[in-house]
Design a binder for this molecule. Structure first.
Ligand code: ZN
Length: 174
């Protein structure tokens, strides 16, 4: 399948399942999965008002779709900004930031750019998403093995989830 490969991070459940680190984000199943439109939980309608239902997923005026970022550098900038926001925002503190796994996912089908209400520049949203790897994690070896088995991807263990460690694991020689 043709698609666009990008970078993202996930939280990691005890059975090896990857999920969005945000409270309203969905979990990623193995293989290629179609995105659903959850509406706009916790957010007011955007400048274009409430979208007619149904609409194409993702839609430039809506928040739906699987998300990746186009570069690791942009992903780390978002990660660090989220850590700052978490210090300042009660809502963000209620949605703990789990940065358990970082790596590659591939979008296909309908592709569009960021939801301007909530996404940083460099975000791509897709109709279909697949965890393609490689993935970097500091999880214990048995959990990393469960992750690799669940998605059929290469998993590289790093001592700590820092930008430098992740970059050297996922982009060796960069
Ligand atoms: Zn939508």
């Amino acid at each position: 399948m043709t698609g666009v490969t990008g970078w993202r991070y996930w939280s990691l459940a005890s059975d090896g399942t990857l999920a969005s680190p945000l409270l309203w984000g969905g979990s990623w199943q193995p293989g290629t999965a179609a995105a659903a439109c959850p509406g706009r939980p916790g957010r007011p309608p955007g400048p274009h008002g409430i979208l007619p239902d149904p609409h194409g997923i993702p839609d430039p005026r809506c928040g739906c779709g699987w998300r990746v970022m186009t570069s690791l550098q942009e992903l780390f900038a978002v990660w660090q900004a989220a850590a700052v926001t978490r210090q300042l925002s009660l809502q963000a503190r209620l949605a703990p930031l789990h940065l358990d796994v970082c790596g590659q996912a591939t979008l296909s089908g309908r592709i569009c750019g960021p939801d301007l209400n909530s996404d940083p520049c460099g975000t791509l949203r897709g109709q279909y998403g697949e965890v393609t790897g490689p993935l970097a994690t500091a999880a214990p070896a048995p959990l990393a093995a469960a992750l690799a088995a669940r998605y059929g991807t290469r998993v590289i263990r790093v001592p700590r989830m820092t930008p430098a460690a992740i970059t050297s694991a996922l982009l060796p020689g960069s």
